[in-house]
Ligand binder design. Structure first.
Ligand code: TXA
Ligand code: MG
Length: 344
C-alpha cells in the first residue's frame, strides 16, 4: 500500500516529515520532491532498503544511485577522500543541482553504487528533501522517481502515475522548480569531467579549474566512446511518440513545424506541437506551450512528454533550445528522446 501526503514546500509540517523519516529509518521507500526532479529514496547504507528502489523502478542493477545528504560532514562518511577542487565547488554550489562522483568508502554498500568503486553524492536545496534527510539521520539514495524508461517526474502526479503500489510513501511537495536532473561531475580521474549536463554549467564550474565534458555529450560517435556514466548508455527520457526537434531561427522553425504538422497529420496519426510561442496557431491534436526561454523549457519539458503519451500522440514536433546555460542540458535531454533533429 502506498500512502500519499501533501507537504507545503515553503513551510513543511515537521510531523509529516518525521512520519516519512521513520519509513526511511525502518528500511522503507519514500518518493520526495527535490529542486531538480522527484526522487525515490531509501537508506543509502542499508542494502535491503536500496534493493527496493531498483525493484520499484524496474531499474537495471548496474545503474548506480545518487546519495543525498543534508550536511557536508556526511561526505567524509561516504567518500574516501575529498579533493581540494571539490571543497571549493561545493562551498559555492551546495545545496543545489550538482552531483559529485568520488571514490566510495567501505560504508557504502555495492548495491547503492551499482557495483562501482565510486559514489555519486548530492546535497539538494529543496526544503522538504533537506528536512527528510536530516530527520532520517542517514544519507538517502535516490534516483529519479519514475519507472525505468519514463521521463523523470517533475510533479507529484507523475510519481503517483508510475509508482503507486510500488513504494511506501509519496510526498506531494509541489512542482520541481528546475525540471531536469542535476549536473553530474566525476572527480575520480585526473581531470574532472561532466558526465551529465544540468543547470550548473561547465563554464560556471571552470572558475575552479579545468573541467572536461564527456565526449559522448558533444555528439561524438557513440560506438567509439564508452560512456563513463552507466546510466547514459540507456535510452532515457523517451515518450512513446516519435519526437522531431526543429532548431534554429525562431520564425523559420515555426514555419517548418507548421509545414511538418500539415504533412504528417492524417486521420490515424496524432500530432502534438511543443511551442515556445504563446499564441501558436498550428493545426494539430495538441499544442503545449513550453514557455519562451530555456529555463521554462527545462521546467516544462518532461511534463509535456508525459502529456503527449497520455493523449496517445504519434508524432511530437518541438522547438529546440539555445545550447547556452541550462539550454545545453535541455538539448541533451531532447536529443536523447528525439527521433530526428532538423536545423533550419
Ligand atoms: O537531479 C538529480 O540528480 C535527481 C534527483 C532525485 O536528485 N536524481 C537523478 O538520479 O537523476 P538518477 O539515478 O535518475 O540519475 C543518476 C545518474 C545516472 O546517469 C547514473 O548512471 C549516474 O548518475 N551515476 C550515479 N552514480 C554514478 C557513479 N558512481 N559513476 C558514474 N555515474 C554515476
Ligand atoms: Mg533517472
Amino acid at each position: 500500500m502506498t500512502k500519499l501526503i501533501t507537504v507545503d514546500p515553503k513551510k513543511p509540517d515537521m510531523r509529516k516529515i518525521r512520519t516519512a523519516a521513520r519509513i526511511i529509518k525502518n528500511g522503507g521507500t519514500v518518493a520526495f520532491p527535490t529542486e531538480t526532479v522527484y526522487g525515490l529514496g531509501a537508506n543509502a547504507l542499508n542494502s535491503k532498503a536500496v534493493k527496493k528502489i531498483y525493484v520499484a523502478k524496474n531499474r537495471p542493477a548496474d545503474n548506480p544511485l545518487i546519495v543525498h545528504i543534508s550536511n557536508q560532514d556526511d561526505l567524509a562518511i561516504l567518500a574516501k577522500s575529498i579533493p581540494p577542487i571539490v571543497k571549493k565547488i561545493i562551498a559555492k554550489y551546495w545545496p543545489g543541482p550538482l552531483t559529485i562522483i568520488l571514490e566510495k568508502s567501505d560504508k557504502v554498500p555495492k548495491i547503492t553504487t551499482g557495483g562501482q568503486k565510486t559514489v555519486a553524492i548530492r546535497m539538494p536545496s529543496n526544503k522538504i528533501a533537506q528536512l527528510l534527510i536530516k530527520e532520517a539521520k542517514t544519507p538517502i539514495a535516490a534516483p529519479s522517481a519514475n519507472l525505468f524508461g519514463k521521463p523523470s517526474p517533475t510533479k507529484a502526479e507523475h510519481v503517483i502515475e508510475d509508482l503507486t503500489g510500488r513504494v511506501d510513501l509519496i510526498i506531494d511537495g509541489g512542482d520541481a522548480t528546475i525540471g531536469i536532473e542535476s549536473t553530474v561531475v566525476d572527480f575520480t580521474e585526473k581531470n574532472p569531467m561532466i558526465l551529465r549536463p544540468g543547470k550548473i554549467t561547465q563554464k560556471e564550474l571552470e572558475q575552479f579549474g579545468k573541467i572536461l565534458i564527456d565526449p559522448s555529450l558533444l555528439g561524438k560517435k557513440r560506438k567509439k566512446i564508452v560512456a563513463k556514466s552507466p546510466g547514459m548508455k540507456y535510452r532515457h527520457y523517451s515518450p512513446d511518440a516519435k519526437i522531431i526537434i526543429v532548431r534554429g531561427d525562431s520564425k523559420k522553425a515555426a514555419a517548418k513545424i507548421k509545414e511538418l504538422a500539415l504533412k504528417f497529420r492524417t486521420k490515424d496519426r496524432r500530432i502534438a506541437v511543443l511551442s515556445t510561442r504563446k499564441q501558436e496557431k498550428i493545426k494539430s491534436d495538441l499544442i503545449i506551450y513550453l514557455g519562451k526561454n530555456k529555463d521554462t523549457i527545462a521546467k516544462n519539458l518532461y511534463a509535456a512528454f508525459r502529456k503527449c503519451d497520455q493523449k496517445n500522440i504519434d508524432i511530437i514536433l518541438s522547438r529546440g533550445s539555445e545550447e547556452t546555460g541550462i539550454g545545453f542540458a535541455v538539448m541533451n535531454r531532447m536529443k536523447k528522446a528525439a527521433y530526428k533533429i532538423i536545423t533550419v
